[in-house]
Design a protein. Structure first.
Length: 136
């Protein structure tokens, strides 16, 4: 997953990700890392849930803030990829759009689901590049 904001209003999503990781699903998240003086785009409640160890497994979490030249760069993407059996389906899926994992009230956001191995693999390759850049 790559996302910009994720807060306590969507604890159920964080808890489901932890549950899935406990069942040996690979869960990997890259998120917008704020400057220390700014409000957190991923709040402490969500960070705490995502740090939970279940069956000896934890979620891989990568905060992202890079410097390119003289500019700071952060992820502003909203992306989730699923590959494997979930919700009675095995088709690889990509969900992308404008929606953050924040409050639903008064939100005018959309998610688009794209199904298929080829598209999923292209997004996954892009995600690996993003995660690698964020770790430098």
């Amino acid at each position: 997953m790559a996302l910009t904001a994720f807060n306590k209003n969507r604890q159920a999503i964080a808890s489901e990700l932890v549950r899935l990781r406990g069942e040996n699903c690979w869960v990997d998240i890259v998120y917008y890392d704020n400057r220390p003086q700014d409000a957190k785009s991923v709040d402490d409640t969500i960070r705490s849930i995502l740090a939970t160890t279940v069956n000896g497994r934890t979620i891989q979490v990568t905060p992202c803030r890079c410097t390119v030249g003289t500019r700071e760069v952060v992820t502003h993407n909203k992306l989730m990829m699923i590959d494997g059996f979930y919700d009675d389906d095995i088709t690889p899926r990509v969900y992308t759009g404008s929606a953050n994992f924040t409050a639903l009230e008064n939100a005018d956001d959309a998610f688009l689901r794209i199904s298929g191995r080829a598209v999923h693999d292209q997004y996954l390759s892009w995600f690996y590049g993003l995660r690698s850049a964020c770790r430098q």
